[in-house]
Write a protein that binds this ligand. Structure first.
Ligand SMILES: [Fe+2]
Length: 109
């Protein structure tokens, strides 16, 4: 199966043929070119999806930590919640930076 990229918007399509038109921007089939880095795109998908999944889980963790911070039931609990917020924020921002690097290297799609 080939990987096709819309020259107008960058939409990636998997298939033996490009789509009749781009689902994102509506560009005609002729605007699709076979991606030169198809293998790199395929290989990077799993890692990128895991990064996105981790960010989603960490967003949930932050909501729970925020509840603990606001409840202020116990100072030690707040210390832990503060640490959770700091660690998850740094990890989320690191993942965002990594995903940006992947996109710049064509490891996205
Ligand atoms: Fe497009």
């Amino acid at each position: 199966m080939a990987v096709w990229k819309c020259a107008v918007c960058g939409y990636i399509h998997d298939g033996d043929e490009p789509p009749e038109s781009c689902p994102k921007c509506g560009a005609p089939k002729e605007q699709f070119k076979e991606a030169e880095n198809a293998e790199l795109i395929k290989q990077s998908r799993k890692t990128n999806e895991m990064h996105v999944a981790i960010m989603g889980l960490y967003a949930k963790v932050q909501k729970w930590a925020k509840i603990i911070q606001e409840d202020k039931l116990d100072p030690n609990c707040v210390v832990i919640a503060d640490r959770v917020m700091k660690d998850t924020t740094e990890t989320i921002q690191s993942i965002k930076a990594e995903l940006e690097a992947h996109m710049k290297k064509g490891k996205w799609g």
